[in-house]
Design a protein around this ligand. Structure first.
Ligand code: ZN
Length: 192
């Protein structure tokens, strides 16, 4: 059954070993931050550094594994119809908007949305790792300079992961203007 994450919000749920999670960009140009934890021992979590190291690539897509900081496989990416994701940048947070956007006052963020969604599962704010940013389009030049561009995803683009162990998943519809082409759309997902 397809579920919807409303714009600028997040959710969390369990995914059993062997189950698949399909993350869909229903309208196009919308990022979804995903974090993973071992459901049996939630101290074990998704690691950008280990994933980029073992996959020998900074552009993680279909046929790559997502690894934990204990160097174990959490999930396998079966399909990625867009093919552009980011695993360099941490979830947008309150300070992202103060420091990079010079925004005053409250602004929703993936970090806050992940904190609220994961708190009932026993995850503390400091335990949230760098997210795998599905559909996020971060480009880099030969000097290593980064730029965040609008996603290349079109309506209906999707990414499917297969759980390699029982997982706790945190998932958002990202709240950062620059990451989403200036507008905020929902994210859809299905557990298969
Ligand atoms: Zn975000």
């Amino acid at each position: 059954m397809r579920k919807i994450i409303p714009p600028q919000s997040g959710t969390a749920f369990y995914l059993k070993k062997g189950q698949k999670l399909k993350i869909i960009d229903p309208e196009g140009e919308q990022v979804s931050d995903m974090v993973l934890f071992n459901a049996e021992d939630k101290r074990e979590k998704l690691s950008s550094g280990k994933t980029l190291d073992f996959e020998e690539c900074i552009q993680i897509t279909a046929d790559n594994y997502l690894w934990s900081h204990r160097s174990r496989k959490l999930a396998y990416i079966e399909l990625d119809t867009n093919g552009r994701n980011d695993f360099l940048l941490a979830p947008c947070c309150k300070q992202t908007f103060e420091i990079m956007y010079e925004h005053k006052g409250y602004h929703p963020s993936c970090k806050e949305n992940l904190e609220m969604a994961l708190e009932p599962f026993g995850i503390a704010p400091d335990d949230i790792p760098t997210a795998f940013n599905v559909f996020m389009n971060v480009q880099y030049d030969s000097d290593g300079n980064l730029s965040v561009l609008p996603p290349t995803s079109k309506a209906g683009d999707h990414l499917i992961i297969r759980a390699e162990m029982d997982l706790l998943v945190g998932l958002t519809a990202c709240s950062a203007e620059d990451s989403n082409g200036g507008t905020f759309k929902p994210i859809a997902y299905e557990i298969i």
